[in-house]
Write a protein that binds this ligand. Structure first.
Ligand code: PLP
Length: 466
């Protein structure tokens, strides 16, 4: 196996082409990324590399490992499923594992959600949600509805439809000619966009008002869906909405017959302290995507949760959703996700997310609240981030070319800590930030250790650029 890196993008910042396999034995060392050591074992919060070094997984990889690593109950469920039935194509059979997971997801979903569609990850879930939205419109004879509106500073996946929907310019830039047309409005991002002396209520109204304006501009009868992450993850770093922003968004969508699609791939499945992040907004979407924490990393799995009215329109209409992937509803993936979700409920881990989330936030505030280069500490539950700035007063970010986030990640890895970093933008729409999303089993002492190591890594990274 080899991890191929394209060197030359600066200290600790090799750009990865994470292929495996090589015709050369041993593989040319110049092709290996210095920042990607081979992981050989993992238990609880710790991943161990081939040199025997331990890393605290303070970000669940990419907010995936919600139960930590090596959980015996999940491993037992996987063994049993593998022993009983590893795979049966959904074109021929349903399986007990998929049915039980679906029942559980629907029972715990926001009001109005009546069905679950199982896929293999977040991008697949977003693609399926977009197509379900479009098919809902065509089944109702609303063929003119085709425009998708989303927000800048968002990420919805790397497949072409999901990439087109996201507003992460860095990820989209070179693929733009291949992307379907989408429309982006401002995010609800208080630290960067709320005006001085503007109340939360006024800011929420102004930010949500952008959706109304965009719908009017495009023509309400042409708009299919609005897609948003309730708490923004990878692109802007754990940005929660303000006030009644999402209630206003839902009202605007409902008034114009525009479907509300919430992407909870990163912020959902308990990460923010409630099973779904949108519960805290008091809203219920037409379509919702989940993945990452659904299977906790034990298997690749995602799901689209869909409202009764979307399901009914399709089942009473053509009766066939023109979609499908070979591995959808995979019984091994469903069995793992079911076990993960059962353990979270049995051990009341969402209570721990809320309690430890509050502790993490308090420790981050204590440590970075007055730091000269930390402009914001934000997040919900065990989904917290710090944003780095060159100047706290002006909120000017560091020059993105310095790749401060990558330096902090490397400094953290040197100290045995995994954090999830993201760079700033050239236009200063956000600075570099570091996202923390530790497993739900995290304890007080783990959090103290995480924040201590992060403080050292931040100062080491800053030391290289200041
Ligand atoms: N949507 C959101 C909000 C995400 O954060 C991600 C991944 O980070 C995706 C979709 C894509 O998920 P995946 O990487 O499983 O395809």
């Amino acid at each position: 196996a080899s991890t191929i890196a394209r060197p030359g993008t600066g200290a600790h910042t090799s750009v990865l082409l994470e292929t495996v396999g090589s015709r050369h034995d041993p593989p040319s060392p110049s092709l290996h990324a210095p920042s990607a050591p081979p992981a050989v074992a993992a238990r609880g919060l710790t991943i161990t590399d081939s040199e025997g070094r331990d890393y605290i997984d303070a970000c669940g990889g990419a907010a995936v490992s919600c139960l930590g690593h090596g959980h015996r109950d999940v491993i037992a469920a996987l063994h049993e499923q593998a022993d009983t039935l590893a795979y049966a194509h959904t074109g021929f059979f349903t399986t007990e594992a998929a049915e039980r997971l679906g029942d559980r997801l629907v029972a715990d979903a926001p009001e109005g959600i009546g069905h679950a569609y199982l896929v293999s990850g977040g991008s697949e879930a977003v693609e399926a949600a977009l197509k379900l939205a479009r098919q809902y419109a065509t089944e109702r004879g609303e063929d003119g509805r085709r425009h998708v509106i989303a927000r800048r500073q968002s990420y919805h996946g790397n497949t072409l439809g999901a990439l087109a929907t996201g507003g992460n310019e860095w990820r989209r830039a070179q693929f733009k000619p291949l992307l379907m047309e989408t429309h982006h409005i401002a995010p609800c991002f208080a630290y960067r966009e709320q005006r001085e002396a503007e109340s939360d209520a006024d800011y929420a109204a102004r930010a949500a008002g952008e959706l109304e304006t965009k719908i009017q501009e495009l023509g309400p009868e042409t708009v299919l869906a609005f897609v948003a992450e309730p708490v923004v993850g990878a692109t802007a770093g754990a940005v929660p909405p303000v006030g009644d922003y999402f209630r206003r968004i839902q009202e605007i969508c409902d008034r114009h017959g525009v479907l509300l699609v919430l992407d909870e791939v990163m912020c959902g499945m308990g990460r923010t302290g409630t099973l779904h992040a949108c519960e805290q907004e008091g809203i219920s979407p037409d379509l919702m995507t989940v993945a990452k924490g659904l299977g906790g990393g034990y298997q690749p799995i995602g799901a689209v949760l869909l409202s009764e009215r979307i399901y009914d329109a399709i089942s009473n209409g053509s009766g066939f959703f023109q979609h499908g992937h070979t591995y959808m509803g995979h019984p091994m993936a469903a069995a793992a996700a079911l076990a993960v979700q059962e353990v979270i409920a049995r051990d009341d881990l969402l209570a721990n997310v809320r309690e430890m989330g509050a502790h993490l936030r308090a420790r981050l505030k204590e440590t970075f609240g007055r730091h000269a280069h930390v402009g914001d500490v934000r997040g919900r539950g065990l989904f917290q981030a710090i944003e780095l700035v060159a100047d706290r007063e002006t909120k000017d970010p560091f020059d993105p070319a310095l790749k401060l986030h990558a330096r902090i990640k490397a400094a953290a890895m040197e100290r045995g800590l995994m954090v999830y970093p993201m760079g700033g933008t050239i236009d200063g729409a956000r600075g570099d930030h570091v996202l923390l999303a530790p497993p739900f089993i995290v304890e007080r002492e783990d959090i103290d250790r995480i924040v201590e190591r992060l403080a050292e890594a931040v100062d080491a990274g800053l030391g290289e650029v200041a």
